[in-house]
Structure formats: C-alpha cells, structure tokens
Ligand binder design. Structure first.
Ligand code: SF4
Length: 361
C-alpha cells in the first residue's frame, strides 16, 4: 500500500487509543439520540462500532445527560467523548462520569478560571480534551481584527487557548479542531495551524449537509488535508444516520490508501443492458459489507454479458440477467441462480471464500 507521508504530531491518549505521532487515523462519529435515553444511545453506539467507528462523541446539553454518561461510558464498546458547549460545570460532570474525553470550545466558556477548573479535572482523571474552535463561535475581538471568521482568526483563537492551557496550566493531552462550513477556510486553517503547532488535529467540515453535498464537501476538504499528511482523527458530518458518516470516512481513507477496512465494492453504473434492480442490490451489498472487516474486493454488476469480464479483479461478484443472476470469482462464473436468490448466493460465496482463507467477517 502506497503510504503518504504524514506530518509529525505529538502523541496523546484517549482512553485506550493513541492519537497522533504516527498512530493510524482514527474514525469518529457522533450519536444523534437523546443522550438521556441510555438504551437508545448505547444501541446506536453498538451499531456504529459494528461499522468501524472507533470513537464516539455524545452531546451533553444538561446535567441529566451528564449523569447518563456514567452508564453509557461503562457499557460503551468505544471510548466516549462528551460534547460540551458553554457550561463548564457540565464538562466537569462528564469527566466525573468517566468520559474518556471532552470537547470544549474555550471561547464560549465564560471566565478563564472556569476553563482552568475543567482542565484541572481532566488532568486528575487522565482525560483527553479537544479544543474545538468553530467559525460560528469565534471571539469578538478576533472577528474584528480579522474581518470575519477567516482561517487566520480560527488559528489565532486555537493558539490563544493553547497558550493558556499548555503554557499556563501545563496540560498537554490535547487535540485541536478548526471547523468551518466553508471548505477553503477549513483547508487553510488546518494548514496554517499545522505549520505552527504539533498538537494532533481532528478534521471535520461542520454542517457539511446531506448525503451528497456533505460527502463531497468532506471528501474534498479532508481529502486535500489528508493527502498533505494533515489529520489524526476524522469525522464526516452528514445530515443522515451516523453509520453513513463512518462509511464515508472509511471510503475517504481507503481512496487515499491511508487505511483499509472491510471489502471494497465496485459496482457498475448500469446501462441499457441491465435487466435487474441493481441499485437496490448494490445498496444491500454495501450495507452488509460495512459490517465486515476482511479486505475483499466485491463486484456488483448489471449484466451477465459484460459484468464478469469488467470486474475480473473482484474476489466475488454478482451479475444479473433476465430473471437470473450469476455469481463469479475472478471473472469466472461459478453459479447461476434465480434473481430472487442472488444476494443469498452472493454472500454464501463470500462466506465460502472467507472460510477458505481462514479469515473472519
Ligand atoms: Fe452496462 Fe453491463 Fe457494463 Fe453494467 S456491466 S455498465 S449493465 S455493460
């Protein structure tokens, strides 16, 4: 696998995970359940873990949510980050509840002494802190000096917080994010910051949008930065089920050959030769494959005539004809089934291949 050279950042810890300093890029997502609803939140975290999410962030809007964290953290298969806005007391409650990390924006916590209280609690418990600078909540003096939420303003805000938290308070288990909903501002801010600091960076485009615009914006911004070696953790934010965020995040990492998880799926766009409902079949293959870890190449092709040949490099493929489906391996047809049985036959073949390889899902 070709490897991009990554910028050297210092290594920090988040629960059992290492971040930065050459550690693999970590995929994060955020729950969209009501955090106070512990069973629903845990169920979503478990679903996200199955598709490869490695760190989960949960919103903590009130004390009740902070209290719910205790059970969430103790039963979560993933390290949990509490997302805090404005209220430093909630950050402390989340730390006391056992959160592995907190995400704060020191710019919207009133009073430096309150930031210091949060940092003191984090230090005592070995908790990781993300300084999440956001274009929507920059300090007023920076907006004035820079004439708006520019990349320079975002970076200056982050450096100012680091100055205080690292310089004055002596706390270093930190990562930083510089989020904007504008792709160019995001790219410039992260570039600029990484020239001036070696703290690990969490990448993301905020309020990126629905599946298509959000995926494109995130892929462009994160893709450019990752290709330059910038970024230690990533989150793709989409107005969708967070499982989609994780799938997109892994596709970005896979396309840059930075990480590989689970099967790569190739599927044809269909044309006039296609006689089956390939879109639905491809969607189902993608959904099931997202829960697998083995690095396979799978193909979903629209016609029997050209499919196997066009997807010759696939370990296992399917192609459809008039009411029938075929299953092939490396371009060689091995089974013919009824169209309605195509998915079951395909996954049975995938299982067979994994058994032959002695691998697992
Ligand atoms: Fe068209 Fe068949 Fe190629 Fe799909 S595999 S694009 S249906 S020719």
């Amino acid at each position: 696998m070709m490897s991009l050279s990554r910028r050297q950042t210092r290594q920090i810890t988040l629960g059992p995970l290492k971040i930065g300093g050459g550690a693999p890029i970590v995929v994060q997502s955020m729950t969209n359940t009501d955090t106070r609803d512990v069973p629903a939140t845990l169920a979503q975290i478990k679903r996200l873990a199955r598709v490869g999410c490695e760190v989960i962030r949960v919103a903590v809007p009130d004390e009740q949510a902070a209290r719910a964290l205790k059970e969430i953290v103790s039963k979560s298969p993933l390290p949990v980050i509490a997302d805090i806005h404005f209220d430093w007391r909630l950050a402390i409650s989340a730390i006391e509840a056992g959160a592995h990390g907190v995400r704060i924006n020191p710019g919207n916590i009133k009073g430096r002494e309150n930031v210091a209280r949060v940092i003191k609690a984090a230090k005592e418990r070995g908790v990781c802190v993300r300084i999440g600078v956001n274009a929507g909540s920059l300090e007023k003096d920076l907006l004035r000096t820079h004439g708006g939420a520019t990349a320079e303003a975002l970076v200056e805000s982050a450096l100012r917080h680091l100055d205080y938290i690292v310089g004055d308070l002596g706390f270093e288990n930190l990562k930083v994010s510089l989020k904007s909903s504008d792709v160019w501002t995001t790219i410039s801010a992260y570039r600029l910051f990484s020239e001036r600091s070696d703290f690990p960076l969490h990448l993301g485009v905020t309020e990126a949008g629905g599946l298509i615009p959000g995926t494109v914006k995130s892929s462009v911004a994160l893709g450019i930065l990752l290709a330059e070696g910038i970024g230690d953790t990533i989150r793709v934010s989409l107005t969708r089920d967070p499982q989609e965020e994780v799938r997109v995040a892994y596709e970005i990492l896979r396309s840059l050959k930075l990480r590989e998880r689970g099967p790569e799926i190739i599927s044809c766009p269909t044309c006039g030769r296609c006689e089956i409902d390939l879109f639905a079949i491809a969607e189902e293959v993608e959904r099931r494959a997202a829960q697998m870890e083995a690095p396979l190449k799978l193909a979903v092709m629209g016609c029997v005539v050209n499919g196997p040949g066009e997807a010759r490099e696939a370990d296992v493929g399917l192609a459809g004809g008039k009411g029938v489906g075929i299953i092939f391996r490396k371009g060689k047809i091995i089974r013919k089934v009824r169209e309605s049985e195509i998915l079951e036959a395909f996954f049975a073949e995938v299982d067979r291949l994994l058994e032959e390889r002695g691998g697992s899902h």
